[in-house]
Design a protein around this ligand. Structure first.
Ligand SMILES: [Zn+2]
Length: 432
């Protein structure tokens, strides 16, 4: 059931949803593509600054106290459970924070959104310019439409419509517009380390309107397997007599060990979760060999692994498994593979936590079904939950086209999200 004031805000959003659409289109126009890790093309970071200046101005007009600042990755301390990429270049990718003071005695809320978007990929797969924000068939098309400029627009406009309805919130709002979620997650980490706190946080990432309460952690790694060079057309003596060793053949054993681990984790009790898929490890990139008639001397295997919160020990398990398989092979025993890993923790909150209940009830009261769900990969929520100890959820529109060609946000869904966020804010922060 909606109160009279809630109904007033919701009606205002329904009547003026065209404003939210125009705002999303404007945000899509800024080409705020996440910078690649290896600079390959001319990048233009100017759009990021312009985007944030635009958000800054919006927040100022709404009586927020905004501030804009640059992240210095080398000054980020180690987060618990996260390898900070201290050499990641985040210059000209500013953060904008806006604080809106409430009347007092209400619960505070962080609204967080990442403004970086993944590369549009092959342009010929798009029916429209990915940065034009074309509206067709009641959808807004563009890179970032659902992931997550639609979410950023909805969270800002939700507050604006509350203000326009003449409702004063009791609790404080902190709005965070952050870079590099698709890259290093250090935008939100920097906010956490600066000490922004609240009683809860919402990140309107696309979730098909479900309430995201659990995310798997992430472990990336590279395994280097060594062989010994030699002419491939000449029969080689035993390696103990100086013969060649095929690094590809040795790497096969390591890859098989990774496959075996995934198979074990599929059913092992400690890697099961009520909302998440079990742990897995996937070899994703392989480099090896230089010449068709030479024994390959070196193979590099990259892998990605996702793991449920609380099983961080699999990092050690993976290393131990590789080493124990290597120990069964005389060459690998003497020339063990080397392993480099990089990892980020997963996170979860109790699905009965008040902010999750508030959002789910808000959705249900507006006729939108929402249930608690988990996600196989992670979002900026991991830092808010683990580092800042803030109960954090995500709720947003359909996620099907995120990162794909012809990404879109449906206008009815965008309006529904704006209403759900407005209702959640009103109920969480309290109002007069
Ligand atoms: Zn996202």
């Amino acid at each position: 059931m909606l109160s009279d004031q809630e109904r007033r805000v919701v009606t205002l959003i329904d009547k003026n949803c065209g404003e939210v659409v125009e705002y999303v289109r404007k945000l899509i126009n800024f080409k705020t593509v996440t910078p690649p890790f290896e600079a390959t093309e001319e990048e233009d970071r100017d759009a990021n600054k312009k985007f944030q200046e635009f958000i800054y101005e919006t927040l100022k007009e709404m009586n927020f106290e905004p501030e804009m600042w640059e992240i210095e990755p080398s000054k980020l301390e180690q987060a618990p459970g996260y390898g900070v990429m201290a050499d990641r270049d985040l210059s000209d990718l500013p953060v904008v924070i806006g604080k809106l003071k409430g009347a007092g005695k209400g619960k505070s809320l962080i609204l967080n959104g990442h403004y970086d978007v993944v590369s549009p990929g092959e342009l010929e797969n798009w029916h429209h310019d990915p940065f034009e924000g074309v509206v067709e068939d009641n959808k807004i098309y563009g890179r970032g439409a659902c992931d997550m400029k639609g979410g950023i627009a909805a969270m800002i406009k939700a507050v604006e419509f509350i203000q326009r309805a003449g409702v004063r919130l009791n609790g404080d709002i902190t709005l965070e517009s952050v870079p590099d979620e698709e890259g290093s997650l250090m935008g939100t980490l920097a906010c956490c380390q600066r000490g922004y706190k609240a009683d809860a946080a919402i990140i309107p990432e696309p979730t098909d309107f479900n309430t995201l309460v659990a995310m798997r952690g992430y472990l990336a790694g590279k395994i280097t397997v060594l062989g010994r060079g030699g002419h491939a057309e000449i029969t080689q003596p035993h390696w103990k007599e100086g013969g060649a060793v095929n690094a590809i053949s040795k790497a096969v054993r390591i890859i098989q060990a990774l496959e075996d681990l995934t198979e074990e984790w599929r059913t092992r009790p400690d890697t099961q979760h009520r909302l998440l898929d079990p742990n897995h490890i996937v070899p994703t990139v392989i480099h090896g060999g230089k010449w068709a008639i030479s024994y390959p001397e070196k193979v590099e295997i990259q892998f990605t692994s996702n793991f449920i919160p609380g099983t961080e020990y699999i990092q050690k398990e993976i290393e131990e498994r590789i080493m124990s398989v290597a120990a069964t092979d005389p060459w690998l025993k003497e020339n063990p593979p080397s392993i480099e890993t990089f990892w980020a923790y997963g996170a979860e909150i109790d699905e009965n936590t008040p902010i999750a209940q508030t959002a789910m009830e808000a959705a249900n009261d507006l006729g939108v079904k929402s249930k608690s769900v988990g996600m196989g990969s992670l979002t900026d929520g991991v830092h808010l939950i683990n580092y800042s100890k803030i109960p954090t959820i995500s709720i947003g529109t359909a996620e099907q086209t995120a990162h794909g060609a012809n990404e879109f946000v449906d206008i009815d869904e965008l309006t529904a999200l704006t209403k759900i966020l407005a209702l959640s804010i009103l109920r969480w922060c309290g109002h007069s």
